[in-house]
Structure formats: structure tokens, C-alpha cells
Ligand binder design. Structure first.
Ligand SMILES: NCc1[nH]cc(CCC(=O)O)c1CC(=O)O
Ligand SMILES: [Mg+2]
Length: 331
């Protein structure tokens, strides 16, 4: 470039708040946020998750209150995860398609409290329902079998749709489940129930606090590496996303969040479907730990990390910081 300093001074546009606002390329709003909530049995229960400071499991009455709070704050969607009572967990995860399970009751509770003012996204995977904590069914050798698991996931997804879920979100990483779920939803008349597929979900060390929250952590033996992706791979993530789009996903997700922004950006560049990011439990815990240790300002860390997802191309972010962020953003 021939014209340079002093003709070009990059700092001119940064000198005042109004000018910074005018040049800002990316905007974060409460409408970008999806708030994950943990549901538990009982009445009037708020059960804090020790490894997720500031996050609790709520009984249905608390879930209704959180849903109303979310509407007030301008948060458009909730993601639900049940802490299934131990006596309802089994090797086959059959509680997943019980029409009166905690998940279905939570969906109906939110609908009663808020009508169509908020979206309800439900997790499709068996880990909150299995006695072994894996996302699918096991064979004799302890391998998570694909096709038989997909059949159960279909029943689970249809069960959630019948209870009123707006978006079903398969997080299990079985092959072919998006197509099978889409076909079953169409056949069941659930034409407008969306599928947000966890298309590129990695076998990550950042899920620990989540597993505590849904009560699967202590049950899980081994790992999920035979179905979740190797953190070393990005080409494979693009292939996963392409397959899920072809199978009928309305939107896709990359998970975890910040450590995988490169994957998110590449998915955004290559495909035209909305791509969401999940800032997972371990990421939340890291920010909280940093703030508690005085290593950073909590509110600034939260807003900066969430903005980074938008900058990388995310249509929205699942984050446990959703209510805090929405409040800070004036929701
Ligand atoms: N299907 C399970 C599921 N759905 C969302 C998360 C993790 C979310 C988080 O860590 O916040 C997990 C954990 C796992 O795969 O073991
Ligand atoms: Mg896949």
C-alpha cells in the first residue's frame, strides 16, 4: 500500500465511543442466546450444581419461573436437560420415550407458562436415561451400537415433539439419526418441528460439569470416543455437517465452543445453514473460576467470549451465561 502513516491512522476510528459504535462489525443481542436449563423432580427445588457455580437444577415450578424470566430478558429459546431419578434409569434408556418423563412435563410446563413466547429445544440422546451413562445402547462388549440406538432416538424425538418441543437437537452422534428422526416427524405430522443437529460434536474434556448436572458422570465408564469426534479433526467435521444437512437438519451445531471456533468459522464459510455454537459447561466453569480467582472481570469475559462466537459466524450460542449476558445487553 502506498498511502501509509501518517495518511492512514487506524486509531482515528477508535478515538471516541460514538465512532467505535459506528464502526462495530458484530453485534451481540439477547436474541442470539439459547439458555440451557437442568430439570429435576420435586416442588420448590433449587439444587445447585457444585461444579457449575451459579447454575442449579430446577423443579418444574422453577422451570416455569426461569422461562418467564427468559421471555422478559428477550432470550428466544431454552434448551432442556433432565436429571432423571436413578430408579428410572435402565440399560435400554426406556424412560426417554415415556410421555410423562421429566422432559415432557417440563415442555408442557413451559408451554403453559409462556405459550409461544419462547422456543423449547430438547436434547435427543440417551445419557440422562441409561444406567451406564452412554448416549446409546450397548452390545455385549460394551460398544455403543448405532442402528438400534437410532431406533430409540426416533421414539425419543417423537415423544418430545408430541409433548410440544419446537426444536429437537440430537446430541448423540449416531450415524443416520437426522434422516430417521426427520422422516418420523413428517409421518407424525410434526412438519414444523425443527432439527438442530449436534453435527460436529467432539469427545471433549469440557463436558464434566454437565455430566454432574444430569447425574450421568458417576455412572459413565470409559469414554465416548467411538461416536464423538476426535479433537484433532476438522475435515471430518465438514463431512459430518454435509451429511446432516443432506439428511434434513434445519440447523447445525459445533460443540464445544471457544476451543473449536476454527471449526465453526469453516462450517460457516462452506455451508448456508445456520450454525450454532455450544459454550459448554467446562467453558462456563473456566470463566467462573477465572473471575473468582481475580484473573479477569466476569462480565467482560462473558460478553467478549459470546461476541467471539458471533464474529466467527454463529447464528446463536447455547450458554449457561445467557441470563447474565441478556441482562448486560439490556434485555
Ligand atoms: N448427549 C449428552 C450431552 N448433551 C450436551 C452435553 C454437554 C454440554 C455441556 O457440557 O455443557 C452432553 C455431554 C456429553 O456428550 O457427554
Ligand atoms: Mg453424524
Amino acid at each position: 500500500m502506498s498511502a501509509s502513516y501518517p495518511a492512514i491512522r487506524m486509531r482515528r476510528s477508535r478515538a471516541t465511543a460514538w465512532s467505535r459504535a459506528m464502526h462495530r462489525e458484530t453485534i451481540l443481542t439477547p436474541a442470539d442466546l439459547i439458555w440451557p436449563l437442568f430439570v429435576t423432580e420435586g416442588r420448590g427445588v433449587e439444587d445447585p450444581v457444585a461444579s457449575l457455580p451459579g447454575v442449579s437444577r430446577w423443579s418444574l415450578d422453577g422451570i416455569a419461573a426461569r422461562a418467564k424470566e427468559a421471555v422478559e430478558l428477550g432470550i428466544p429459546c431454552l434448551a432442556l436437560f433432565p436429571n432423571t431419578p436413578a430408579d428410572r434409569r435402565s440399560d435400554d434408556g426406556a424412560e426417554a420415550f415415556n410421555p410423562d418423563n421429566l422432559m415432557c412435563r417440563a415442555i408442557r410446563t413451559i408451554r403453559d407458562a409462556c405459550g409461544d413466547d419462547i422456543g423449547v429445544l430438547t436434547d435427543v440422546a440417551l445419557d440422562p436415561y441409561t444406567a451406564h451413562g452412554q448416549d446409546g445402547l450397548l452390545d455385549q462388549a460394551g460398544y455403543v451400537v448405532n442402528d438400534d440406538t437410532v431406533a430409540v432416538l426416533v421414539d425419543q424425538a417423537v415423544n418430545q415433539a408430541e409433548a410440544g418441543a419446537d426444536i429437537v437437537a440430537p446430541s448423540d452422534m449416531m450415524d443416520g439419526r437426522v434422516k430417521a428422526i426427520r422422516m418420523a416427524l413428517e409421518m407424525g405430522g410434526h412438519h414444523n418441528v425443527q432439527i438442530m443437529s449436534y453435527a460436529a460434536k467432539y469427545a471433549s474434556a469440557f463436558y464434566g460439569p454437565f455430566r454432574d448436572a444430569v447425574g450421568s458422570g458417576g455412572l459413565l465408564k470409559g469414554d465416548k470416543k467411538s461416536y464423538q469426534m476426535d479433537p484433532a479433526n476438522t475435515q471430518e467435521a465438514l463431512r459430518e455437517v454435509a451429511l446432516d444437512i443432506a439428511e434434513g437438519a434445519d440447523s447445525v451445531m459445533v460443540k464445544p465452543g471457544l476451543p473449536y471456533l476454527d471449526v465453526l468459522a469453516r462450517v460457516r464459510d462452506r455451508f448456508d445453514v445456520p450454525v450454532f455454537a455450544y459454550q459448554v459447561s467446562g467453558e462456563y466453569a473456566m470463566i467462573e473460576a477465572a473471575a473468582a480467582a481475580g484473573a479477569g472481570d466476569r462480565e467482560a469475559l462473558v460478553l467478549e467470549t459470546l461476541l467471539a462466537f458471533k464474529r466467527a459466524g454463529a447464528a446463536g450460542v447455547l450458554t449457561y451465561h445467557a441470563p447474565l449476558a441478556a441482562r448486560l445487553l439490556g434485555g
